[in-house]
Design a protein around this ligand. Structure first.
Ligand code: ATP
Length: 339
């Protein structure tokens, strides 16, 4: 039934004219009653569908922002990213769900999406807040055949993809500046809109990658800073707070996956960031500025000189020494605040 709904929605969306009930029956091999049920379900979800006897159905208007399996699947034109989607209204963590998919044999590119995560995870055991009806929380499952030491760069590939997709959905919004805070926070007008967590599972022999999951949480339609918990109110924002625009989360996901598929292909050509370095660096926050590196082995400051081909941040210390900072255990801050 879900596939029918997805297909019928996609067909209505892509048809300028009325689509007759009979056409839908023939095309998808379902009964009139099944078509009627799907149309009613879609109407119930907020799609405005006109039905005129003798002519058929026409999609007049879509809900501004709806997240559902049919809405997501009906939009995707990717080759492999998101060709299989699991959608949950509520889950613990989409990364954990995607890892289960990894164990259970789901294909490369499977995507898990949730409206609410009640145990969203950040790096180094930190939490990620996901509020109902406002956030896009998703994780993609990858089954690469490259060696494990390349995996840390995947998170930069996703960061670039999210930044590009955010720019696309906010096209024309004045004063909306999207940047990346190395390695993978997405920042809109100097506040954080997205965090990411990449986790890798090795084969039992520990010699190859079994799968990687790359998860992202994006603050999309939060209406005001008060919606965030107090401790992040100063540093967090959403697309809507910054631009006043209500953004379709399904459309944003569609764009992220399209960008990711392309960027991932570029990454695979060299298995490093050389082909994406320029695009990444064009978005990188604070190049040429002083940054604070919060290294567990000792904090230091220096000038950010961008990334190298392995995605490490080059930081030039006062004595001229250039440190190549590896993302694993480290956070970077602006000298006086978050960026
Ligand atoms: P940072 O540089 O911000 O420390 P990080 O990469 O080390 O980032 P992440 O895993 O990206 O950490 O995110 C976890 C942190 O993000 C939390 O500790 C919290 O401060 C902040 N955070 C949690 N939820 C949100 C949210 N919805 N929006 C913005 N920031 C959030």
């Amino acid at each position: 039934m879900k596939t029918d709904k997805t297909d019928i929605l996609a067909l209505l969306r892509n048809s300028k004219d009325y689509v007759s009930g009979q056409q839908l029956c023939d095309r998808f091999g379902v009964t009139r009653t099944a078509v009627w049920k799907v149309i009613n379900q879609l109407k119930g979800e907020g799609y405005q569908i006109e039905s005129i006897s003798g002519k058929g159905y026409r999609l007049l208007e879509e809900p501004e922002d709806i997240l559902s399996e049919s809405e997501i699947a009906s939009r995707l034109h990717t080759k492999w990213a998101g060709r299989k989607v699991y959608y949950y209204d509520v889950t613990g963590s989409t990364n954990n769900d995607a890892k289960r998919c990894g164990e259970e044999g789901d294909p490369h590119g499977t995507v898990v999406v949730a409206d609410i995560q009640n145990a969203g995870k950040g790096r180094r055991g930190r939490g990620w807040q996901t509020l109902s009806g406002t956030a896009l929380a998703f994780t993609i499952l990858l089954r690469p055949d490259f060696v494990p030491d390349r995996a840390s760069m995947i998170t930069l590939v996703m960061a670039l993809s999210v930044a590009e997709a955010v720019e696309e959905v906010l096209e024309g919004a004045e004063d909306a500046v999207t940047t990346i805070k190395w390695p993978n926070d997405i920042v809109l007008n100097k506040k954080k809109i997205c965090g990411m967590l990449t986790e890798m599972t090795m084969t039992p022999e520990m010699d190859e990658i079994q799968y990687i999951v790359v998860g992202a949480g994006i603050n999309v339609n939060n209406g005001s800073p008060e919606e965030f918990q107090e401790e992040i109110r100063e540093t967090a924002t959403s697309l809507k707070i910054e631009t006043g625009r209500q953004v379709s989360r399904a459309e944003l996901l569609e764009k992220v996956l399209l960008r990711f598929e392309e960027n991932y292909a570029v990454f695979l050509e060299t298995l490093d960031m050389s082909g994406l370095r320029e695009a990444y660096q064009n978005h990188l926050q604070g190049v040429g500025n002083e940054v604070r590196v919060l290294d567990p082995a000792g904090e230091y400051t220096g000038i950010s000189r961008g990334i190298n081909d392995r995605g490490e941040l080059i930081v030039e210390k006062e004595d001229g020494e250039r440190v190549q900072v590896y993302a694993g255990e480290v956070s970077v801050r602006g000298l006086y605040g978050y960026v």
